[in-house]
Design a protein around this ligand. Sequence first.
Ligand code: FDP
Length: 388
Amino acid sequence: MKGFHKDTNNHATTLVQHLLSTHRRLHVLEGAESSNASAEKDGVDDLIMLLASIAVAVKSVGSAVRRRDITHGSGTESEPLERVANETWIDCLLYSQRSCILVSEDLENPVVVESNMQGKFAVVFDPLTGRSNPPCQEMGAIFGVFRQMSGGSPVIEDVMQPGRQMVAAGYALYGACTVLFLSLGSGVHGFTLDPALNEFILTHENIRIPYCGHIYSVNEGYSSLWQPEIRELISRFKTEVSLNGKERTLRYIGSMVADVHRTLLNGGIFMYFAHQQWPNGKLKLLYEASPLAFIIEQAGGKASTGLERILDITPTSVHDRIQVVIGSYEDVELVEQLYKGPSTSDPMYLLRRSHSIEEMKDSKEESNVFHKEEDGPTILCSTLPRIA
Ligand code: FDP
């Protein structure tokens, strides 16, 4: 299987094999009596079982999405896809016996798992995101996993945690092929479903987001509904040359998971600002913004509301909405500086940035964003230094 990550025996690595090798690594650490190892390992077997169950939900919903594409317009559609997706996720999580409380985009209230099926993890998820414009939009799923805070019976506080406390997060995308990207807090790994094997195969090992990009992603159809400051910010951002030396260009799929996936692989920025229709922003903190912020930060990017780090926000209700500015570190930093305005931003930031652009132009012959061969597959890296 060309392009897939291979082990030493030249075999492609499946999701389960990858999770098990993580498991073994933690056992070795524990054997070495690392002080953090026991804490890190604590519950890791259960977490792996939980993630394996999530992978089953993703395979199953991915297959329902493909069937829907076949039956669409033929009059043979049965249950609405969002109901199928939600029930599939809940069933898989319950039968894993590793979860204790669940929050779904599709349920008003959290589900407390019955005591005989309970495990240690609180799981938040959007079982079918990007669903409002089928069949033109790429749909997917987003999830985050927290360790139960309380001992004993699960309580709402178990899910009302800031995203930085997640022990795992990820997303799936039901595009031309089904992909599953996840992080257990030490890098991001991407898997692609091989339909012949019905197995997720490691295809993107330890992926890093480029330090800057030239693609920006925002629904500019709302510009008349934005606050004037946001309109001004976007127009300034668009005219700022990207640090990779290219003119900025717009891409907007309208499905956050697909827009963030492209941003992770190619660099750039995805933004969803508050406007008259959504005064706090549209995207949900707990099961959309936080898990994707976790992934982007783990890949070396940045995720913010424009004013504060998304992963530091503690939800006040399970369906809280926020503004999202997420992507390449440099691009998010630039939007934050423009958002804060001259009175509160770093006054030297834009000046330092323009120096960096000049330096970059001087050494134009050296490609500033390049593909670098490491021990594994090809990954995208940036040579640009961080602006101090
Ligand atoms: P959808 O309503 O299709 O599920 O939060 C949901 C979301 O899609 C995001 O995935 C997407 O980025 C956004 O809404 C699109 O909203 P607009 O149509 O307002 O641009």
